[in-house]
Ligand binder design. Structure first.
Ligand SMILES: [Zn+2]
Length: 538
């Protein structure tokens, strides 16, 4: 029968009649299959004992609630060896024996529950024509089978915080399948160890530097190779470098204060030689200021519309701007100045120290200066030299580094100049980095050591770890030595982390996903529900 196909009923079930009621549709279904198999001995039987009615809620149909009214039968089991004498006919995939809803409706409710949160899920279900309650949704989720856990060979383990950071749990990720395999309600070594004991196939444990997971793995999976996650090792080094920077900055600041009177006699702004640019011609300056005024006017218009309640998209449309710019402006508290023009490398740079020295000796003639450097190989024009000299009349350029530039950095912002790959720094950042290294030989030594370590991280050169640790121990950098002492204690795992391609990056990704799930539960859900939702997340 075609209607039966529409409802996806089991074989041998037919639609008897369809009634439209006030609340929805009632579909009467009868079972016509001549036989049914005994659930105990699996032998087919065609001896009907009796008929009975069963009512099942089904997934909504064209927006109406759907009720299945089934007439099913009981059969005799005629197998003399079987202890079951009478059995009810099975509905196969349609519904579980004692269920009051069809399997497909139960799956829909579970999916809604997993994708949303308690109350929101109930509201959404109602909109879709599914009548359910918060308790039912929760129960459906908690009833889901715990079969996500398979055997795991490459285990990633990390902690995460729930309940606003004062309680922590543990997430376990299969690094091969990229799926979370379990959540533990705390981050204690014993809990993690117990879990690992239940999973004896583990061969590799990728973990952070916290000693809880290290000791859990040593105790419960002694044969597994432990890999200290590169991300965490780099983070530890970054923290050590930051401490060192803070100390050095204080020293630099103290030193520069003593020099200050000699340098500041005329009250002119001071710039470093790397920042020395030709004076901006009047028409260029005019154009820049006009542009800025235009930008500022539009900024004010955007703010006004924003205060009237317009969305970023509407503002962008009205002002003919990109939505992204509007969003950036709304996020910034004040008018954001255009990014500082990057200095272009020029032929003059090579000769800048010489020109500056001659200027300080009293040579003021541009043509003379041009002739002198032209002889040394300068190929640029006289005009460029004049324009650089114009700048010298308004600002004092220092041949050495300008310590004042370092004041704009805190240790936590400067540390990224030290840790990041030099190739990823733009020109201004490279200049800032050079200024730091010139400011203090300690910082230069720090930079070399930090970059060398990061090179090991980036290129997986774990074999160089011992040599690196030795260099640190013979240096005078107490903060890095402390980091090295920590590494010594966990050296095998750190070396594995610097050598193997395996890492916990995806565990971090799973923690991020988990946080999103947690947030959508308004922080009220208990750990068991969080676990279900993370393990069964789509
Ligand atoms: Zn039987």
């Amino acid at each position: 029968m075609k209607e039966a196909a529409l409802l996806a009923l089991s074989e041998g079930m037919e639609i008897d009649q369809i009634q439209i009621t006030e609340t929805g549709l009632v579909v009467s279904v009868i079972s016509t299959h001549p036989q049914s198999c005994c659930p105990l001995c699996s032998q087919p039987s065609s001896h009907i004992h009796s008929h009975y009615h069963r009512s099942l809620k089904d997934a909504p149909c064209v927006g109406r609630q759907l009720q299945l009214s089934l007439t099913v039968r009981k059969f005799f089991c005629r197998n003399p060896d079987c202890s079951r004498k009478v059995f009810t006919e099975r509905l196969k995939r349609l519904a579980e024996p004692w269920a009051r809803m069809t399997t497909r409706l139960r799956e829909q409710i579970t999916s809604i529950g997993l994708a949303t949160c308690g109350k929101g899920g109930v509201r959404l279900a109602n909109r879709l024509g599914i009548e359910t309650s918060r308790n039912t949704t929760l129960r459906r989720m908690m009833d889901m089978p715990d079969d996500a856990r398979g055997s795991v060979v490459y285990l990633g383990i990390d902690d995460f915080s729930f309940q606003r950071g004062y309680r922590f749990g543990t997430i376990l990720v299969d690094l091969e399948s990229h799926r979370p395999i379990d959540l533990l309600p705390d981050r204690q070594a014993e809990t993690a160890a117990a879990w690992m004991r239940d999973n004896p196939e583990i061969q590799v444990v990728s973990r952070d530097r916290a000693s809880a997971y290290a000791s859990a793995a040593s105790e419960a999976a002694p044969l597994a190779i432990q890999v200290a996650d590169r991300f965490h090792v780099s983070k530890n080094l970054t923290e050590a470098t930051q401490l060192l920077l803070a100390r050095c900055q204080a020293e630099i600041a103290a030193a520069s204060k003593m020099e200050e009177p000699a340098q500041n006699e005329s009250g002119q702004p001071m710039i470093s030689i790397e920042e020395w640019r030709p004076k901006e011609p009047a028409h260029v300056k005019q154009r820049r200021l006009t542009r800025r005024a235009g930008r500022e006017a539009r900024y004010e218009q955007a703010m006004e519309r924003h205060s009237q309640g317009l969305s970023a998209k509407e503002i962008a449309g009205q002002l003919g701007m990109s939505q992204r710019t509007v969003q950036t402006w709304l996020a910034a508290e004040t008018f954001p100045e255009a990014k500082k023009r990057r200095k272009k490398r020029s032929d003059f740079d090579l000769f800048a120290p010489y020109v500056l020295k001659r200027w300080q000796e009293g040579e003021r003639n541009g043509l003379t200066l041009w002739r002198e450097i032209h002889k040394q190989g300068y190929i640029g024009s006289e005009r460029t030299v004049y324009r650089h000299i114009e700048t010298l009349k308004q600002a004092s350029v220092q041949a050495a580094f300008n310590p004042h530039r370092l004041h704009t950095f805190t240790a936590s912002t400067a540390v990224w100049l030290f840790v990041r790959d030099k190739k990823s720094l733009d020109e201004i950042e490279q200049e800032d980095l050079a200024t730091f290294c010139q400011a203090s030989p300690t910082l230069k030594r720090t930079y070399d050591l930090v970059q060398d370590f990061m090179q090991m991280v980036r290129k997986r050169e774990g074999y160089r770890l011992d040599a690196w640790l030795e260099r640190v121990s013979s240096s005078d950098l107490a903060e890095l030595q402390q980091f090295a002492t920590g590494v010594e204690k966990d050296k095998a795992a750190v070396k594995a982390g610097l050598t193997w391609s395996i890492n916990n990056g995806q565990v971090e990704g799973q923690v991020t996903k988990l946080k999103l799930i947690k947030r959508s539960m308004y922080g009220r859900a208990g750990f068991p529900l969080l676990r279900q939702r993370v393990l069964h997340a789509v």
